[in-house]
Write a protein that binds this ligand. Structure first.
Ligand code: RIB
Ligand code: CA
Length: 314
């Protein structure tokens, strides 16, 4: 089964892994749109073209988008993803040009042209999606599903004590996405941190002759170094691939609805996704209610890892 996917990303290492995961698990990329985030948006755009071309998806258009957040200065994360955003692994850059339409306009154009058909997968800061919602308030009616890698509900952040990077990089845009009347699945650190690849999986990637595995092995070396330094373990957390996986195969997980909003004013907590986990009163019932999000309750991690390795030929 194939799913028509519009991927918004800030290609980075795990964004690249998400592209590889989707290509091997039924994603048909209608287009990719790119935002500031891990690296400045021109480089993220170049990286997205590079990864797509490396796996033969040379016909997938890539649209450059927002160069900075809506209400704070640009901050990038080369320390996690390498100066080039692809682990400084020397991967030959694509020479293909980005498409002419800018990201937010292209998201609106595609949604209007194919109402109810597209699955939006957002794995970077949400500036492009927020802008698209401002341009076309009907966007929630025009897309089939929206899956976001973002937030840290009830667990520590990564970009700050309480902020997960994608939301933390543009809290105002994240609030626009959460308040829109759609059933948004927010795949946060509360579940992605469980996806660390075990050593035997890394060994299968290392030992595979498949070009996709070999590309992955080159991409993740910098990432493994960072996690060894941060977590004390040479592993790889599959944040963005998990969002892609749940967009393509929702049955890999169970879900629950929670009321959530973004902290916009806290001196220490700006960018936090504040989820109401108290369990007082009836649980929210309508996922399209503004301020209600769907989060993951449980995940079949083994099945996710198996699908990831299969997509790499490992
Ligand atoms: O917090 C993890 C997220 O921030 C991932 O999307 C990663 O690529 C970075 O953008
Ligand atoms: Ca990302």
């Amino acid at each position: 089964m194939t799913t028509d996917v519009l991927l918004d990303c800030d290609t980075g290492i795990d964004d690249a892994l998400a592209i590889l995961y989707g290509a091997g698990n039924g994603a048909r990329y209608v287009a990719c749109t790119v935002t500031h985030g891990n690296v400045p948006v021109p480089l993220g755009t170049r990286n997205t073209l590079t990864v797509l071309d490396a796996i033969g998806l040379t016909d997938v258009p890539v649209h450059q988008g927002a160069a900075r957040p809506m209400a704070q200065p640009l901050l990038t994360a080369e320390f996690v993803h390498g100066q080039d955003g692809l682990g400084d692994a020397g991967i030959a850059a694509s020479t293909r040009e980005p498409a002419g339409t800018l990201a937010a306009a292209e998201i609106v154009r595609l949604a209007r042209s194919r109402p109810g058909e597209l699955t939006l997968v957002a794995v970077g800061p949400l500036t492009n999606l927020g802008l698209a919602l401002l341009l076309e308030p009907r966007l929630p009616e025009l897309v089939d599903r929206v899956v976001v890698m973002g937030g840290a509900v009830g667990v520590p952040g990564n970009a700050s004590e309480t902020g997960e990077a994608n939301v933390w990089h543009d809290p105002e845009a994240a609030q626009l996405v959460l308040d829109a009347p759609w059933d948004v699945l927010l795949v946060g650190l509360e579940i992605t941190m469980q996806t660390q690849l075990p050593p035997e999986a890394l060994a299968r990637i290392r030992d595979s002759a498949d070009p996709r595995a070999q590309l992955t092995w080159r991409l993740v070396q910098h990432y493994l170094d960072v996690y060894e330094e941060v977590l004390g373990e040479r592993t790889c957390v599959l944040h963005d691939p998990l969002a892609m996986a749940l967009a393509l195969d929702p049955e890999l997980a169970t879900y629950r609805l929670v009321r959530a909003s973004i902290e916009l004013r806290g001196e220490r907590t700006r960018g936090q996704v504040v989820g109401d986990l108290r369990g007082y009163g009836p649980a929210p019932s309508d996922p399209a209610d503004p301020g209600v999000v769907r989060i993951v309750d449980s995940l079949d991690t083994a099945a996710f890892h198996a699908r990831f390795l299969r997509a790499l030929g490992a």
